[in-house]
Design a protein around this ligand. Structure first.
Ligand code: ZN
Length: 149
């Protein structure tokens, strides 16, 4: 089946092109005009199919590269995050700092959302995504004292 960018499809097209070449060689490079036309059309078809499959394969590879990059960034983020109180914080040398992230969103979906102060309620912070509420006391902003960021 064509159009999936699989190596087997590419090899099949290239083998087909190779077989046309072999047929031309075996004829001693002497073919009737119609046979030559047919062979050239077959050759061009096989080559363009291989080219198309290679394009699809290249797109797959670029998708995989982007996926790997995203996974690498997630791993890097995971390594930096520390739970403290009810939130997650970035850390450097084991010291947490900055605004807290929603623990519900991080633990459930590995998504980071900073908690916001609830309007008119200083003691409540809220996640803009899942709307979970947290006590400000258990999710304070932490200064990055002495940390080189
Ligand atoms: Zn949340």
């Amino acid at each position: 089946m064509a159009g999936l960018g699989r190596l087997s499809d590419i090899m099949r097209s290239l083998n087909q092109a190779g077989m046309v070449g072999q047929r031309i060689r075996e004829s001693g490079f002497v073919l009737e005009k119609t046979e030559m036309k047919t062979s050239l059309a077959e050759l061009a078809g096989a080559v363009s199919e291989a080219k198309m499959e290679l394009g699809i394969l290249q797109a797959h590879l670029q998708d995989k590269d982007a996926e790997l990059k995203a996974m690498g960034e997630l791993l890097h983020t995971k390594a930096q995050l520390r739970r403290r109180g009810d939130g997650y914080y970035k850390s450097r040398d084991g010291k947490v700092y900055g605004q807290p992230f929603c623990s519900y969103c991080w633990e459930g979906d590995q998504k980071l959302f900073h908690l916001h102060n609830r309007i008119l309620k200083k003691d409540v912070r809220i996640c803009p995504h899942c709307k979970n509420e947290y006590q400000s006391q258990r999710t304070p902003y932490l200064e990055a004292d002495g940390l080189l960021l």
